[in-house]
Design a protein around this ligand. Structure first.
Ligand code: FRU
Length: 714
């Protein structure tokens, strides 16, 4: 029961609220009296009295997304102006007839390219462009979401005007999307929203909805920008919560600034907590791969700075912490004792400024302290990365990669290129940087340095693209017979000699090692026992309803072996994979008749299969792993899985296979690592079947071991 005073307070409050609503209504009533004037909603099959030139705008408004385009959203109704007809390369204009400006605002939805004058909408009065607007995107990634913009057109009220939508840009984001152009007394535009936050906990939680309009978010401390990034901020239902580590500002205040549609606030959008959001779900959620690295949240691509030190394998990686797609490049960081169990640590490298992202690079241990960066007993870890705003930069860490300091002489190499790979070259007693360089075609350039600080250009070799790696390996394990391998992002390599100045290939033909969903691999610096261990990015391996996207491939040990075709690079999963085998089922001599033969039920979700079969009379032999067929095509001599295939010749009529199955992928190694294939696949949780079959004739499995894996029990 309420007391009398409470009731009185309640009545007074209700009365005040009613008065304030009435007042507000009265204030708004003037504006509300005048309805908006629709200029165009583009809901017809054709453009009506608007005229086109060129072919970019097609015959009429598009029904949303056009072929080859990322999903377009945020428009009203069923159609919009979309100049992606014929892709980004097409150009054209779309012009309205004249209309009279009768309201103070023109509001419209716009998306696509951010190329002023080239992908834009112009307001033309007396033959002059008096207002112009573009979409939000000027770099790969981005979003096809339309968002409101608004022009104040008060100066031209009563005058005649026309609108011209322009697509004259032919490169990336060479298109423009427009919808719902309205004259109004009210702004439907965007406003800068600022919020002061007292930092009460370590993490600021940020809601993300993939496909929501990208907002530029700026975090300031004492007026100075400390973080600036793009985020598809979910003002309504988030897909997931991302987080920013604000630990360094605990107890102080931060200012958050972003631009939102008029009337929207950040009220519900930001939360503090000492835990990362959904920590339990992130660790245990159903579909997270179990022995492949995925980031707790957000996007990952290339492995960076792979280095071993003091019992820890370090995996740094290209990372967008605030979104499910590529963007905002940071260096994420994880460590592992065994390459299979990873512990994600705080982000290692943050962009210094919005336009200065941290692209790929590598790390080494400067055992001799040639750089002079070492401060303690532990040797210093030195990394090189591409700062998109500056060039190749050097950073160092004296606490095992936990904190990093910028070399004050950055950038150390300035050129058109990226992805520096550092290594120590014993022969010339110098550091080498192998780096992708496009000053003169696509090439890998070599620079040398005595101290990791001052670099001298040595030479270049053309015909390679992105993310180089360079290392020496013994052939067939013989230390006196070693060769250099120059390797690039596409998983192809050349064998040759490297004298610290020039790479001399033995043959100009590049050899493929990796196939499928695989890209931008790198090998560990300072590896234990001199092992050459490689991790790649499982490119396009996605997890649609998870807070994370993309995975790293299984770490592999690389070796050089003599084959009938010459010396070749082989990749096999690291021996540590044996340590997660929980149970093994063994079979021998299984005759495969055309038709399927299931094996006894194997109750494992995570699998490591190894075995060998004799082709016999079969046209193809299929190992169907939890519903994902891995097919050996006898005639083509290829191993095939989903949309991918790789060449694999039999040895004396026999083919050996090793297949690793995790929640996001199937990885296949043919003939003991002669060929490697990474395939994104999400086998149904309920399908635990293994089926082996021969088509067109009989074949024979000589031996087969099915290891059921358990990552948590070890
Ligand atoms: C390769 C790559 C690199 C670049 C990085 C950016 O996947 O394009 O060349 O440094 O990704 O994320």
């Amino acid at each position: 029961m309420r007391s009398f005073t409470q009731r009185r307070r309640f009545l007074v409050a209700s009365l005040l609220a009613a008065i304030s609503t009435l007042l507000q209504f009265a204030i708004e009533a003037n504006d509300a009296d005048r309805p908006d004037i629709l200029i165009a909603d583009f809901e017809s099959e054709n453009y009506g009295d608007w005229t086109t030139t060129g072919d970019a705008f097609g015959p009429g408004p598009a029904r949303g997304t056009l072929p080859g385009q990322m999903p377009v959203g945020g428009f009203l109704g069923e159609r919009l102006v979309n100049s992606f007809h014929g892709g980004d390369a097409s150009t054209g204009t779309l012009t309205s007839t004249q209309f009279t400006i009768e309201r103070s605002q023109i509001n419209f939805l716009i998306g696509g390219g951010a190329h002023p004058g080239q992908t834009c909408m112009n307001l033309i009065v007396d033959g002059q462009v008096v207002r112009t607007a573009t979409g939000p995107n000027d770099r790969p990634g981005g979003s096809e979401q339309l968002d409101w913009q608004s022009w104040d057109v008060t100066p031209w009220i009563g005058q005649k005007a026309s609108l011209q939508i322009v697509d004259q840009h032919t490169g990336g984001w060479g298109h423009i999307n427009v919808d719902q152009i309205v004259q109004s007394d009210r702004k439907q535009g965007r406003e800068t929203v600022r919020k002061d936050l007292h930092v009460r906990a370590r993490y600021l939680h940020l809601p993300v909805r993939t496909g929501a309009p990208k907002r530029r978010m700026t975090i300031k401390h004492d007026g100075k920008t400390v973080h600036e990034f793009d985020i598809e901020l979910a003002l309504d239902k988030p897909d997931f919560w991302s987080f920013l580590d604000v630990g360094p500002f605990r107890g102080q205040s931060l200012q958050v600034e972003t631009v939102l549609p008029a009337g929207q606030t950040l009220r519900e959008a930001l939360r503090f907590d000492d835990e990362v959001p959904n920590a339990w779900e992130i660790a245990h959620k159903f579909k997270r791969p179990q022995f492949h690295f995925t980031s707790r949240r957000g996007w990952l691509n290339d492995p960076n700075g792979l280095v071993w030190l003091d019992g820890e394998f370090h995996l740094f990686y290209q990372h967008n912490p605030y979104g499910w797609n590529w963007g905002n490049m940071h260096w994420g960081h994880a460590v592992s004792p065994d390459l299979l169990h990873w512990n994600e640590l705080p982000i290692a490298l943050y962009p210094r400024a919005y336009d200065d992202w941290c692209f790929s690079g590598s790390a080494v241990i400067d055992h001799k302290n040639t750089s002079g960066f070492q401060t303690g007993a532990l040797p210093v870890m030195v990394a090189a990365f591409t700062s998109t705003g500056r060039g190749e930069c050097i950073v160092y860490s004296n606490d095992r990669g936990r904190s990093w300091t910028e070399f004050e002489g950055n950038p150390v190499v300035r050129h058109k290129g990226r992805d520096p790979r550092l290594l120590w070259h014993e022969g010339s007693n110098r550091w080498i940087m192998a780096v992708y360089d496009e000053e003169d075609g696509q090439a890998i350039a070599f620079h040398s340095s005595p101290d990791l600080k001052s670099w001298t250009y040595e030479s270049r070799i053309k015909g390679f693209y992105e993310c180089p790696d360079l290392f020496a390996l013994p052939v067939d394990g013989k230390p006196d017979e070693s060769r250099w391998v120059l390797y690039a992002a596409d998983g192809q390599y050349m064998i040759g000699a490297f004298d610290g100045h020039v790479f001399t290939p033995e043959s100009n033909r590049k050899q493929p090692l990796w196939h499928g969903d695989f890209y931008a691999a790198q090998t560990f610096s300072n590896p234990p026992e001199g092992r050459r261990i490689q991790i790649g990015w499982g490119r396009d391996i996605t997890f649609p309803d998870m807070p994370f996207n993309q995975q790293m491939t299984i770490p592999c040990e690389l070796t050089l072996r003599s084959t009938r075709n010459g010396v070749r690079l082989f990749a096999e999963p690291v021996r540590e994979t044996a340590s997660i085998r929980a149970r093994t089922h063994r079979w021998q001599a299984i005759e495969l008749e055309p038709g399927k033969k299931p094996l006894e039920p194997v109750t494992g979700e995570l699998l490591d299969l190894e075995g060998e079969f004799e082709i016999g009379q079969a046209h193809s032999v299929t190992w169907n792993v939890r519903g994902v067929p891995v097919v050996y095509n006898v005639e083509k001599q290829t191993i095939e899985c989903r949309k991918h295939s790789a060449p694999l010749a039999p040895n004396d009529g026999r083919v050996a296979l090793r297949i690793l199955v995790d929640r996001g992928s199937v990885e296949i190694f043919g003939n003991k690592g002669e060929v490697a294939l990474s395939v994104g696949a999400r086998p149904a949780v309920t399908d635990r079947s293994l089926r082996f079959s021969a088509e067109g004739g009989t074949a024979r499995i000589l031996w087969l071991n099915v290891h059921v894996l358990d990552v948590n029990d070890q």
